[in-house]
Design a protein around this ligand. Structure first.
Ligand code: DON
Length: 566
């Protein structure tokens, strides 16, 4: 009788456990699934335009052009023709490459251009207004991509964006608040009232006729429709009117550059990501190689030990970033040594599970900046198996806030990504050295990390995110979520994230995402924790190839991000 009761109790408990497990499974967050093709971007309209191009038989590169231009209209806080970015691609035959369409410093820029007579950094000069603007690279980048890989006529790819600009976009709640926050700065910087200076409310339709006409000039005259002729005149004249230093020669000379991606192995995976002038690839490689010797999957996700291990790896990598990294066309960067396993193991020799390594013992620096952060990332996989990962930006929200009079587009404030003075932090709290000092025609160091992951030589994941200095660590955590913790794409994107960047010596955590015990244990170990409401740790837009060959999207719920596919 007793044995029978024990047996029944055992059976009951087993059933309970099984049913809990199944209900856990049922609740697993799954993103949009598609059979063949997917576009994930910051806005539904842009993802749909990209996906429609694929439906019409276009490839991922055609969809990239269409999505990028649509984002310039529907997501003006970061989508752009007045900014720049990076792209990583992987063709269906496994060939890979990278495109650098990063902004450049103007020809008459110089190392001390943001310093006053005493040699102090002039507040906001590299952030707000005409002086903050780098030479835009996006339009050159799109034509470069289209010439090399495009299959549909450019005019068909740009037309949806022209229509969107002319017919209007519907303001979302997030957009309303972004525009509200930037209003004062738009007013301060511009000498006229652009469309962005009005009181936009959720649901309003914002029409951008001047932008539509600029896009038409690009449609009709190609790259010259932006870098020469009327658009160039409008840009140079307005920037000059506002006291800036961009010339026609700057625009005419701009060229996007094809580069070799940083490719490295992490366990069974090959990670292909952006090389200099983005620090993303080198830092991602350093951090992943630092933690590779550890049995990461045995650690509980977002536990004290997990946060600690990643933090110590990040701290060491960001210290190297500040010292060594800059535009590879201007400075020598020892990429091989920085990513060498022996060097990395040596850097970790001071790591202890028992206490935090203070950043002051690794090197030295200062405080955080104030601006709202906006960049945007989109990921595309087409029905032929090509994949494209693009991160593009104006830098902070609406860039320099300069809206080119008569041309309707916003100019970046990417000059702030240079190190204005060694040791003085930029808006992301990042410090730099001579390697990232300003020089004529040099590209400023970036953190953008568009990435494509392969497993056994096959496409596995396409991902990237905005987030300034947090881009690298958000990409990192999503790679680990999938490869070490077996998460699906949406589940991974939804997970709370944290970030450490050497200086300031704090772990930034998404509010309400981490349990109190984990935080208090970390504090006991000597880590300072910062949970801040306004803090955005990226908006990851990603695609995962599932074992059955279907695609799962991860569209970040922190924004209006959305996936469209078929
Ligand atoms: O290139 C960079 O690293 C920065 N300009 C990116 C800015 C950014 O991600 C702002 N976004 N949230």
């Amino acid at each position: 009788m007793k044995t029978r009761n024990i047996f029944i109790t055992f059976l009951f408990l087993s059933l309970l456990i099984i049913s809990c497990k199944t209900s856990e499974k049922k609740e697993k967050i799954i993103g949009k699934i598609s059979e063949k093709a997917m576009v994930v971007s910051a806005r539904m309209e842009a993802s749909k335009i990209g996906s429609d191009i694929l439906q019409k038989g276009g490839n991922a590169y055609d969809a990239m052009v269409a999505t990028h231009l649509a984002l310039a209209v529907v997501y003006p806080v970061a989508g752009n023709i007045g900014g720049g970015g990076f792209m990583i691609y992987r063709n269906t035959d496994g060939t890979k490459g990278a495109l650098d369409f990063r902004e450049k410093a103007p020809i008459i820029a110089h190392k001390d251009m943001y310093l006053d007579a005493e040699g102090n950094v002039i507040e906001n000069k590299s952030v707000l207004g005409a002086h903050a603007v780098g030479i835009p690279g996006s339009v050159a980048g799109l034509f470069e991509v289209h010439e090399k890989f495009g299959s549909l006529p450019f005019k068909d790819l740009i037309q949806p964006a022209i229509n969107l600009a002319r017919n209007g976009i519907t303001i979302t709640k997030k957009q309303q608040s972004d525009l509200e926050n930037a209003k004062e700065r738009f007013d301060k910087v511009n000498n006229y009232k652009s469309v962005f200076n009005e009181d936009w409310q959720e649901g309003d339709v914002l029409k951008q006729e001047e932008l539509a006409q600029t896009l038409e000039r690009i449609r009709d005259f190609g790259k010259d429709g932006f870098y020469k002729g009327k658009t160039a005149d409008l840009l140079v004249n307005y920037v000059t009117e506002l006291g800036g230093i961009i010339t026609h020669e700057d625009l005419e000379k701009y060229q996007a550059i094809w580069r070799k991606p940083i490719s490295f192995n992490y366990k069974d995976y090959t990670i292909n990501t952006m090389t200099l002038p983005s620090s993303g690839g080198i830092c991602l490689a350093q951090i992943l190689k630092t933690i590779e010797p550890f049995d990461v999957s045995k650690l509980e996700h977002n536990s004290t030990e997990y946060v600690q291990l990643l933090t110590e790896a990040e701290r060491r990598s960001y210290a190297d970033r500040a010292n060594y990294l800059g535009d590879i066309d201007f400075v020598k960067v020892p990429i091989d040594s920085l990513t060498d396993q022996n060097y990395i193991n040596k850097r970790m020799s001071s790591f202890s599970w028992d206490k935090a390594t203070p950043s002051s013992e690794i090197s030295h620096g200062k405080i955080l900046g104030y601006e709202s952060n906006e960049t945007t990332h989109y990921s595309i996989v087409d029905q032929f198996g090509n994949a494209v990962s693009v991160t593009t930006t104006l830098n902070t929200g609406y860039g320099s806030k300069v809206v080119v009079k008569g041309a309707g587009f916003i100019l970046n404030n990417e000059m702030d990504d240079f190190s204005s003075k060694p040791g003085v932090p930029n808006v992301y709290g990042l410090v730099g050295s001579k390697a990232n000092a300003i020089a004529p025609e040099k590209r400023m160091l970036s953190s953008m990390t568009p990435t494509i992951v392969e497993q056994n030589g096959k496409l596995k994941m396409v991902l990237g995110t905005p987030g300034g200095s947090t881009i690298i660590t958000s990409v990192l955590q999503n790679i680990l979520n999938v490869t070490e913790f077996n998460m699906g794409m949406q589940e991974s994107v939804d997970k709370p994230r944290f970030h450490h960047q050497w200086l300031p010596d704090v772990i930034r955590m998404e509010p309400n995402g981490f349990n109190a015990q984990t935080i208090s244990k970390l504090e006991t170990l000597g880590y300072e924790i910062l949970e801040r409401n306004s803090l955005i740790i990226g908006r990851v837009d990603a695609i995962l190839v599932l074992p059955n060959g279907k695609l799962e999207a991860g569209a970040d719920k922190r924004g209006d991000d959305s996936a469209v596919g078929f």
